[in-house]
Design a protein around this ligand. Structure first.
Ligand code: SF4
Length: 243
């Protein structure tokens, strides 16, 4: 790959920690709960400085994990202040377990994607339809009835998502025939190492067999808790390996 080649970036990921308060069978973070490191503010600032030199675009910074809400509240507020100082947008993807903490964090984020498991959890966020990106899991419990109910029940939210989950061998967890009949009829767009489409206002994401890999996303720069950057971002100033 040429040293001069520049990727068109619109967002970057920060893997804040590999700690998580959940234990999903389909977890593809291979360091989950084995590595206890938490990203430091200095490492984030160093990363943001490099990004400013790389592009003058207003980027979106996505906080991921592990589970980002396991970070102390004050640390997440500090990250928000820092990211906004660099005039970037801040979003987060969370498993939704720490509901009260998530509610308190809403003012500090442009958007928070929360996985919900019940109507009660959806109702909990109903006063924040512009800030909460409400997400349902495409796992073994997903059926067409459940998806149709989700579409109806969340229609006042601005952003709604379905993520199709898979195991480390890329076997999809959802076994519902009707769901797959629907998904296979839709047109998909490849972005990074995932496929995306919309159905009735819900953004759907699914993996690409053999390509999707949270640890080595081919086009989106990721900062890891240890301060290293995604190895595939072609910039000689960047660290090259996740160790
Ligand atoms: S919530 Fe996410 S990081 Fe935590 S175990 Fe589940 S998939 Fe892994």
């Amino acid at each position: 790959m040429s040293k001069n080649k520049k990727y068109e970036l619109d967002h970057v990921d920060i893997v804040t920690t590999h700690l998580c308060n959940n234990n999903c069978l389909f977890c593809i973070d291979k360091f989950v709960n084995t590595n206890k490191e938490i990203i430091s503010i200095d490492k984030i600032e160093n990363f943001l400085k490099k990004l400013k030199k790389y592009t003058d675009k207003k980027l979106t910074v996505l906080l991921l994990g592990g589970e980002p809400t396991t970070l102390p509240f004050d640390t997440l507020v500090d990250i928000s202040n820092l990211v906004h100082k660099y005039d970037y947008r801040l979003i987060m993807s969370t498993n939704g377990k720490l509901k009260n903490k998530i509610l308190k964090l809403i003012p500090y984020f442009e958007s928070i994607q929360v996985t919900v498991n019940s109507d009660e959890e959806i109702d909990f966020y109903r006063d924040h339809p512009d800030k909460i990106n409400i997400k349902i899991a495409g796992d073994k419990n997903l059926t067409m009835d459940k998806f149709n109910h989700f579409i109806e029940y969340t229609k006042d939210f601005d952003r709604r998502s379905l993520s199709m989950y898979f195991d480390t061998n890329f076997n999809e967890l959802c076994e519902d025939e009707e769901i797959w009949n629907l998904l296979n009829k839709l047109e998909w767009k490849e972005v990074g190492s995932y496929l995306y489409t919309f159905y009735k206002g819900v953004r759907i994401k699914r993996c690409i067999v053999g390509k999707t890999n949270i640890v080595d996303e081919p086009t989106i720069p990721k900062l890891y808790p240890n301060g290293n950057y995604n190895k595939t971002w072609d910039n000689e100033d960047m660290d090259d390996y996740l160790v």
